[in-house]
Design a protein around this ligand. Structure first.
Ligand code: FES
Length: 118
């Protein structure tokens, strides 16, 4: 079921390829960690759950990008994901992507709109 838009953070909190902002969502009737970040000017959000094992990705709170600040990397075993789609592009995630969440930047704020399954 679709959720109402929920404020996550200020748009200014998300620098280009910078730290992500963690938030929590309800996914499959359970609370689940999630994050939002900015890449190539757009905001993208995913469940904070690696496709390899159900581990959170960030190596330090909000740090999801690799050293080149291009791809997202799992701190546990190094799976890498495309920042703009969540597609697995290397490592033990196989072909399984991150779970995408719907977010929208409106004015000076970023909102959560639900999961792509909604
Ligand atoms: S838990 Fe993420 S790569 Fe293994």
């Amino acid at each position: 079921m679709a959720e109402e838009a929920r404020l996550i953070c200020a748009a200014a909190d998300l620098e280009e390829a910078g730290r992500g902002v963690r938030f929590e969502v309800e996914y499959c009737d359970q609370a689940a960690p999630a994050f939002v970040l900015r890449y190539r000017g757009k905001v993208h959000a995913y469940l904070n759950r690696c496709a390899h094992l159900p581990m959170e990705l960030d190596w330090r709170e909000g740090e999801f990008f690799d050293l080149e600040r291009r791809d997202l990397i799992c701190s546990t075993h190094g799976a890498t994901y495309a920042a703009d789609s969540g597609a697995c592009i290397g490592g033990p995630c196989g072909k399984t992507p991150l779970v995408r969440l719907r977010v929208e930047e409106r004015g000076s704020s970023v909102y959560y709109l639900g999961s792509e399954d909604d």
